[in-house]
Write a protein that binds this ligand. Structure first.
Ligand code: HEC
Length: 98
């Protein structure tokens, strides 16, 4: 029973830490030159994306990160972010959790 409690606590801590870890991923992948949490930059805010794509699968949103896109939020297109492929699902999950 003690081991189970320890495992649950460890999982909870891991989960609590993940939001921060994923914010680090968008810094690492240089997304923050164009995206911020509240202030509109070149691209939509993370919260704007979360609101528009509510209910979308993380894998689908991840594909839009890797391929880039245009015309959904405005006239400026997003260039493909192929180098973020490995992190894209984690980032998409983080965005959808906002
Ligand atoms: C050069 C600027 C730029 C960079 C760098 C950039 N984005 Fe974007 N992003 C945009 C723009 C502009 C849009 C809006 C495109 C549109 O209207 O369809 C966008 C849209 C998005 C969307 C919404 C897609 C959709 O269809 O709902 C996501 C998610 C996203 N970006 C994630 C990222 C991530 C993650 C990174 C870093 C790996 C990143 N972006 C890097 C400019 C950028």
């Amino acid at each position: 029973m003690k081991a189970l409690t320890a495992a649950v606590t460890a999982a909870a801590l891991l989960f609590a830490g993940s939001a921060m870890a994923d914010e680090a991923l968008v810094k690492k992948n240089a997304c923050i030159g164009c995206h911020a949490m509240d202030a509109k930059k070149v691209g939509p805010t993370w919260k704007e994306i979360a609101a528009k794509r509510k209910g979308m699968k993380a894998e689908e949103l991840a594909a839009t990160i890797v391929k880039g896109g245009k015309g959904v939020y405005g006239k400026i297109p997003m260039p493909p972010q192929a180098k973020a492929q490995g992190d894209s699902v984690a980032i998409a999950k983080w965005i959808l959790s906002l």
